[in-house]
Design a protein around this ligand. Sequence first.
Ligand code: HEM
Ligand code: HEM
Length: 184
Amino acid sequence: MGDVTKLEIPARRYSGFAQTMHWLIALTIFCMFTLGLLFDDFPKGAKTWWVNIHVTTGLVLFALILARLLYRARNNPPPPPAGLSDVVRKAGTASHHLMYLLMVVIPIVGIVAYVWHGRIFDYGLFQIDFHVPANRAVYPKAEDIHGYLAYILMGLVTLHVLATLWHQFIRKDGLIWRMLPGGK
Ligand code: HEM
Ligand code: HEM
């Protein structure tokens, strides 16, 4: 017979991979958002440099997000904690799905904003040039939408953190340990 405990423990928590991706992506998103808010305060030369950092980090982040989603599609999350009402469970799932959706759409709109500004990805050793001329009908709108969606994502993340605090201090079910290593 197999080791039953070994089979049971992971089923009640997110896997090491899911946890690593969650925290790595969350941290990167916080940095990307903060940087995005600062763009207008940089002098023009510095701004171009920081936009480059934002876009390059953003592409790596986008790849991480897609990898996470691919993994998520093949690996079910642990079942929700017992005893949650239907409404709370559904609200949790819906907000997770909405955050995933925004994590995909925000980078795509960001890429549109960048490329339709006539910009190229320039990494010294190589460049990616889509030969798209700057298009004023597209990029200012795409930049705005990208920013608004980022605000909506951060609003959801705020609710997400409040929900975690509710679980921790009001419901006292230790939900956070599902997303932390070494949890009980
Ligand atoms: C940009 C920031 C963040 C984003 C986009 C984000 C997104 C997500 C998503 C999409 C899930 C669902 C995972 C799945 O079922 O596949 C999740 C789970 C979770 N997140 Fe976050 N998160 C962020 C930050 C945080 C922070 C700061 C905390 C802690 C206060 C936190 C605590 C949790 C917990 C405890 C779970 C597991 C919920 C459960 O067991 O059902 N997250 N997060
Ligand atoms: C989840 C990841 C991302 C977040 C949270 C984020 C957030 C932001 C924010 C808050 C702004 C400022 C918007 C404003 O002030 O209206 C911004 C601007 C921008 N972002 Fe992102 N971004 C992300 C990913 C990306 C990616 C992947 C790209 C492109 C590859 C990108 C390209 C841009 C561009 C081109 C701008 C406008 C810069 C300018 O003003 O010239 N972003 N982003």
